[in-house]
Design a protein around this ligand. Structure first.
Ligand code: ATP
Ligand code: MG
Length: 402
């Protein structure tokens, strides 16, 4: 059963009233039939972009050259795309050239897999390639000739495995054969598009399909570090991924813990700096021996940055490290938060300015070292984090040196 959200019905209805055809299409139809909640609703229509724009008050030209206009309802936007036939894909997000067509069938034919090539409106389901049958058989099957479809756009190779991981479907034999023979074409695809699909696979219910990527020879192209693992390591890696929380940073950390040397991989996949930083810190420190005392946990938090501690704890659990130790780490970490211990230089009760005003120090290296000295003392004993006490401590140290 497909229930179109009211706004989607309104858009489709408005287009139909003006004599155009319009359907919900692709992922939203697939997910509805599977009883999953669609992320977004895409609409396909016989109306040209200008005609779509003329019918709705607020629209955004998201990809007008490719026929896509976003119709806005309040803060919510719906992509409405004109029926089209795609030319060759280049390495960008969109095909090099597109031609509009008045025929829904042509539009469905350009789509990648049968389960993604269904359209639906108030008149019912349009399923020209037996997407429903493939759902029953739990198969990812290319629309039309698989060889041709992967030649047009090699990203579909990775998408096939990604959908198979999200839905736990097998890849149909012909489709699989075409994947194996054309996988090298993935070299033509931009890192950004590859990242999107790899990440969806990694975050899916079946991250163990990573080993199918390996067996199909695809990691050899998009994640060659994975191919250096032994069979045993590959088994352990996907087990850890299955145990892991569905968070980008944690699942990447798990993967790269096994692949080692993670920074170049993430840079190659054009991850943002915040992700690269978080994953690098997690993988760098996950095997550190932690002194599970309040002081030890404070010092470890300073090393990772306190905001990464929850991820670190989940990461350790995913890797199957000693659960008792991780429990203790978590407990100490929570108590540390509750006590609001000072674990950052910026929470120190004295500032550089205090040292300049009260201790007549000058800005510079020595001042930095003094703050570091005080911070270190506070990490050992948080009760020292008091302006008077810290200034006295510093006075004492300076006297003992001179
Ligand atoms: P998700 O739930 O991950 O968004 P989706 O199927 O909606 O999955 P999108 O990338 O949002 O995937 O694309 C929407 C639709 O556009 C697909 O269902 C498919 O019909 C078509 N499509 C997307 N990418 C391609 C492609 N590379 N080749 C052919 N058709 C594609
Ligand atoms: Mg989608």
């Amino acid at each position: 059963m497909i229930v179109l959200p009211e706004k989607v019905q309104r858009i489709i209805g408005t287009l139909q009233q003006d004599g155009y055809e319009a359907y919900a299409v692709g992922g939203c139809v697939r997910d509805s039939l599977l009883g999953r909640k669609p992320d977004d609703w895409d609409i396909t229509t016989s109306a040209r972009p200008e005609q779509v724009k003329a019918l709705f008050r607020r629209t955004v030209d998201t990809g007008i050259k490719h026929g896509t206009v976003t119709v806005m309802f309040g803060a919510e936007g719906f992509e409405v795309t004109t029926y089209r036939i795609d030319g060759d894909y280049e390495d960008g997000r969109h095909p090099k050239e597109v031609a509009f067509t008045p025929d829904l069938k042509e539009d469905l034919r350009r789509r990648d897999f049968t389960i993604n090539a269904m359209a639906y409106n108030d008149q019912g389901l349009v399923d020209l390639f037996d997407g429903q049958g493939d759902m029953e058989r739990k198969l990812i099957r290319a629309v039309g000739e698989a060889q041709e479809r992967f030649t047009e756009d090699a990203l579909r190779i990775l998408r096939a495995v990604r959908f198979s991981a999200q839905l736990d479907y097998a890849i149909e034999a012909h489709t699989k054969e075409a994947i194996v023979s054309l996988k090298d074409r993935l070299q033509l695809i931009s890192a950004e598009r590859i990242r999107v699909e790899l990440q969806k696979l990694l975050l899916s219910d079946h991250p163990e399909k990573l080993n199918e990527l390996y067996e199909l020879g695809i990691t050899g192209i998009v994640l060659r570090e994975y191919d250096r693992l032994t069979e045993e390591e590959r088994r352990e890696a996907v087990l850890a991924l299955q145990r892991s929380e569905k968070s980008v940073v944690i699942r990447l950390a798990v993967l790269l813990h096994f692949c080692k040397n993670c920074r170049p991989v993430l840079q190659r996949l054009k991850y943002d700096n915040a992700t690269i930083r978080a994953v690098s810190i997690l993988t760098e420190h996950v095997d550190d021996k932690i002194d599970l005392t309040p002081e030890g946990v404070r010092r470890f938090s300073v090393l990772t940055g306190p905001d990464l501690m929850p991820a670190m704890i989940l990461f350790k659990r995913a890797l199957g490290q000693d659960p008792e130790e991780t429990d203790r780490l978590e407990k100490e970490y929570r108590e540390m938060l509750k006590r609001a211990d000072c674990i950052s230089m910026k929470d120190l009760a004295v500032t550089g300015n205090d040292l300049i005003l009260k201790m007549h120090m000058k800005p510079g290296k020595e001042l930095g070292e003094c703050l570091q000295f005080l911070f270190d003392r506070v990490l050992a004993d948080p009760s020292l984090n008091d302006k008077e006490k810290l200034l006295a401590l510093l006075q004492e140290k300076r006297e003992s040196v001179s």
